[in-house]
Write a protein that binds this ligand. Sequence first.
Ligand SMILES: [Fe+2]
Length: 366
Amino acid sequence: MKIELQNKKVFIKNQGLKKEIHPFWFRERVNGNDYIDKTTQQRLFDPTKLERNIKIDFLNLSKDFLEVTFDDGAYTKLAIQNILKEFQNIDDLEYIEKVQWDSSFNKSNNFRFTENFSEKEEMYKALINFYKYGFVIFNNVPTQNNYIINFANSIGSIRRTNFGEFFNVKSKPNPNDLAYTSLALAPHTDNPYRKPVPCIQMLHCIENKVNGGLSTLVDGFTVTEKLKKDFPNYYKILTEVKVRFQFIDQTVVLEDWSEIIKLNEKGKFKQVRFSPRLDFVPGMEIDKLEIYYTAREKISELYSSENYKLQFKLEPGDLLMIDNYRLLHGRTSYNANEGERFLQGCYIDYDSTEGKLNHLRRKFNL
Ligand SMILES: [Fe+2]
């Protein structure tokens, strides 16, 4: 990809194809102090109020920069690299390749929390790992005074739900969710009934004195790719049929419809929602339902298989951050009479982690 000039016009050349760049595209990128607020990088002018037929008066192309002067007197100097980047139309995060993993995962994915951690380069490394593997564990996070709130808000903003700003996971009488019992929880994603589903879950271990109650994680991305390869007809139906997910308690009725495996606009894996205690497939023809049920059974079998599952004990101070669109989580059962098992949880959304990652990349020039 390269930039070329001809007769006061700017062209972009890519794989033998040469196309003109709209002069207005440059005009709305004019970036001098009279046009852009230095601090916020927001425009001081409204491009929808500008003359659309703006003409380029003068162009100068050097190795790294393009200078443009317009017939309304505006001038700008743009880095070639930035122009090309915008034409590539690639989300920054797509550069971080998702690494599929299974039960043989043995990378170190723990980061030791220290004061002001969210502003350190270590946080950048942790977030890169989060996007690579779909989870990361912080150790030594203070356990007093609901510190999870401070931690979550140091990355972005807590996503409050009807469970509150954060929730306490321990067995309690008359629970409104099975999470608040000592029963085993099969791999699932959280809150598939919300619009939008919370992107990221944090689980902070405050106390864990029981022998069971191990945390489990499964890479939904790995399992989806396996299903696609070995059982394409099951993959197809789970990416096509929208099911209704539902949560009901005394004060609220929440519902959302989605495919169990959701693909992005490029047909690649985007999200899994799996919580077979909360899903309701619509009435369909008997043959189609038969395939759907077999497919759901197969994916459930894969999620529960020892081949894909990571199982570990969270110690007090450990804070597990999970991509709720990609990973499934669960726990083994425990005996509440052995001692206390107490986790605190909360949600944040992708804008928090992406915003922090981009900020730290800028700050440390990475
Ligand atoms: Fe959960």
